[in-house]
Every structure is written in structure tokens, then in C-alpha cells.
Design a protein around this ligand. Structure first.
Ligand SMILES: [Zn+2]
Length: 413
């Protein structure tokens, strides 16, 4: 059962038990007051127990850590400001949350060891340069381990780490292998693969859009898919460079999660598995060459994978992969990492106190305490209302009118 279904079921059960207390009391009181009290107490205890799930672990996923990542078309919902990130790390410290490195966390689970209560794991996807500039120094300051997942075609060239000094504002681009090697040299920080090119693949169906000068960056996957090889500098290109404006935009799915169109025919399951295997092999070869070791954890683009993908990753020596929909409870597969996206502007505007509360609520819910869920719902409602009153001006594109914002607990990465 995924965490959304589990949460709904348990909340419903708790609600039923709690609401049954009043009629039980009314019926029993005239007959035996002490029995009425016991029944109410038993029902309230039952409701309370339904609100506390088996302990899980919060794997918090960040992307860009930047005050204005306007160079990213998808920046609005996945960018966290430097101030919010600093507040989050201070909150983790105040909570005395044990922050575990992914490799240690996975090894502990696979050895059957108990995971510390309230444990947290920190992930950063896509390898943005602002992670190097803004996140790494704060992680070092707090002594928190973290994992950075990088896509091979989005790694900047460069022979030495770039200086961070003076980079107080937006810092577009991606980290280089030099910077990733420097990260690996810091105790607790590690680099793992996020595929080659974050690829989507066209699937059969009617066109969903047509490329224009205004929307081509919303459909960057088309340009990426048509230009194999490094594309770390896509954000410097002023025009669609591989698929011309006016072209139809076909429906698409994540390339490592679904078969797609290969020329005029739809791929078979064997084609998909071949693609997954070659992606994982290429990641292994590149990591061996650049970092001198094999990768251990694989992060599926957008957190989605095929059923065959996990099996192939396991056969190829990956200890775990992302894409789970649970809470990392002991009953769940120990090779599957269920992550939760960390939002910013949880109330629709900047508020350090609200971000600290939102993080506590997110972690509490992942740890299995459903009393935090009404807090998340209230924040989601406020955020949605504020967005309607004052649309967020971050990034180059805005959500289409009427499109629903993802809820904090269902964000994918
Ligand atoms: Zn990603």
C-alpha cells in the first residue's frame, strides 16, 4: 500500500473510531455510566492508535537551492531559497534528527539493523551548480551527510572546482566532475547517478502541443532527446536548437519507466530493458572513470521506474534505487527508497517560521505520525489560496490556468 492510500485508510479508521465514541456514550450512560466511560476511552485509544503508523524514515529531496532559479523552466515548484534551506538545516539540528548518509542507511536496513527514531536522509537531484555554491557549505557547517544525484549529460566541463565566493545570487548551470570529486572528498557527502539525460520518450497518441517561441522551454525534453550527448549548456541557448518551432509535441513518458516510440514502432519490453541496462552500465563505467568506484544507489528520473528497472539495477549491483511510494518502514523493501519532495513557500509566501513548521510536519508524517497531516493540509490549502491571489513569479514559465498544484506529500522528483 502506498503512503497516500495508507494515510487515507488510517485517517478514516481513526475518524470512525472517534465519532463512534459519542453515540456509544449516549447509549451506555443510562445503563452503566462506568461502561460508557470505558467504551469512550477504548474508542479514543483505538482512534489514537490508528493515527500512529509503523515508524518510517524521511528521505528529503531537494533540487535547486537558489533565491531565483529563473533559468529553470521547472524552478517554481522545486527550488528552495537559501534562507529556507538554512532554516531547514537549523530545524533538523533543533529536532536532534539523526541525519544518515544514504549508503549507511541502506546498509543498516539490509543488515536488519534498527533505524534510529526520527532519522532523516538528505538527497539533492540533478546536480545543480547552486548545490555546490549554497548547499555544500551549510551541510559541512552542520556536519550533515547528503547524496547528490547527477545525470551524465548535464555535468559541466572543468578541471578544477569553481570558487563559491561572490556567488550570492542565482548561479545557473550544473556541477562539474571536479566539483563532484571535491564533494566526494568531504566526509558524509556522496555522488550517485540520476541517469544519462533525464530522458523522456515519445509514445503513440495525438500531439499535446506545438512548439512556439514562448513554450519550447516547457518541452525541453524534445530538444534533449534530439541532441544526444552533453547538453549541460542548454540554458544558454536562446532558441530551440534541435527540434524547430512549429513542430508537434507528442505525448511522452519517462524513458526509463515506459516503452516508447522507436521510429514508427512501439518498443517491446525487451527494448525497454535493453535501454535501462545500457543506461545503468554507462553510469557504472563513467563513475568508475571519474570517481574510481562503482555507483551504489540509482535515482530514477522524476522518481519513476519500470518494474523491470529495479530488478536490472539489483542484478547490476545497485544496493537500492529510488521511486518508492511508501515511508521506508521496516515492512517495506529495503532496496527501495521512498522520497518526499521538500517544498518552499509552504504558505504561498516566504516565512522562515512556516518553513520550519512545514519541515517538521513533513518529517513527522513520513515517520508515521498522522497528527501532522492536518498541518500539511492546512498549509496546502493556504498555499493554494495565496497562489490564486498572488501568483508566484519564479521561473520563466507559469503553471497553466486551472492546473492543480501538487500536494506537498505527493510531489515527485
Ligand atoms: Zn531529476
Amino acid at each position: 500500500m502506498n503512503r497516500k492510500s495508507e494515510r487515507r485508510l488510517r485517517l478514516l479508521q481513526a475518524l470512525l473510531a472517534a465519532t463512534a465514541a459519542a453515540p456509544a456514550c449516549l447509549v451506555l450512560w443510562p445503563i452503566a455510566p462506568w461502561a460508557a466511560c470505558l467504551a469512550v476511552l477504548a474508542l479514543l485509544i483505538a482512534a489514537h492508535r490508528r493515527m500512529l503508523l509503523a515508524p518510517g524514515t524521511a528521505i528529503l529531496t531537494y533540487h535547486s537551492i537558489c533565491d531565483d532559479a529563473a533559468w529553470l523552466p521547472w524552478s517554481k515548484d522545486i527550488t528552495v531559497s537559501r534562507q529556507t534551506f538554512a532554516v531547514h538545516l537549523q530545524t533538523l539540528k533543533a529536532m536532534a534528527a539523526p541525519v544518515l548518509a544514504t549508503r549507511d542507511y541502506v546498509a543498516m536496513r539490509q543488515r536488519g539493523e534498527a533505524i534510529p527514531r526520527r532519522a532523516v536522509v538528505l538527497h539533492f537531484d540533478d546536480g545543480y551548480f547552486d548545490n555546490w555554491c549554497h548547499a555544500v557549505p551549510l551541510l559541512i557547517e552542520h556536519g550533515f551527510p547528503a547524496t547528490f544525484f547527477v545525470s551524465l549529460n548535464f555535468i559541466e566541463p572543468g578541471h578544477s572546482p569553481r570558487p563559491r565566493e561572490g556567488l550570492r545570487q542565482a548561479s545557473p548551470g550544473y556541477m562539474s566532475w571536479a566539483e563532484l570529486r571535491a564533494i566526494e572528498a568531504i566526509p558524509g557527502l556522496e555522488v550517485e547517478p540520476h541517469g544519462i539525460d533525464h530522458a523522456r520518450i515519445a509514445v503513440p497518441g495525438a500531439a499535446v502541443d506545438r512548439l512556439t517561441a514562448e513554450n519550447w522551454r516547457d518541452h525541453l525534453w524534445l530538444q534533449w532527446a534530439a541532441s544526444p550527448g552533453p547538453k549541460h549548456d542548454w540554458y544558454t541557448r536562446p532558441i530551440a536548437w534541435a527540434v524547430p518551432l512549429g513542430s508537434a509535441v507528442p505525448p511522452s513518458r519517462l524513458a526509463l519507466a515506459s516503452p516508447g516510440l522507436s521510429g514508427q514502432r512501439t518498443e517491446t519490453q525487451a527494448d525497454l530493458e535493453r535501454r535501462i541496462r545500457s543506461t545503468l552500465e554507462r553510469c557504472g563505467e563513467t563513475f568508475a572513470h571519474e570517481l574510481g568506484r562503482a555507483p551504489r544507489i540509482f535515482c530514477w528520473p522524476e522518481n519513476k521506474c519500470s518494474a523491470a528497472g529495479r530488478s536490472i539495477a539489483s542484478q547490476m549491483g545497485y544496493a537500492a534505487t529510488t521511486g518508492g511510494k511508501g515511508r521506508n518502514a521496516a515492512s517495506e523493501a529495503d532496496s527501495v527508497l521512498s522520497r518526499v519532495h521538500v517544498p518552499d513557500r509552504s504558505l504561498g509566501f516566504a516565512s522562515p517560521a512556516a518553513e520550519a513548521l512545514a519541515l517538521r510536519a513533513l518529517i513527522g508524517a513520513m515517520h508515521g505520525n498522522l497528527y501532522w497531516y492536518p498541518v500539511l493540509l492546512a498549509m496546502q490549502f493556504t498555499r493554494g489560496a495565496m497562489r490564486r491571489i498572488r501568483p508566484l513569479k519564479v521561473g520563466t514559465t507559469q503553471r497553466k490556468p486551472g492546473a492543480r498544484a501538487k500536494r506537498p506529500m505527493e510531489q515527485t522528483t
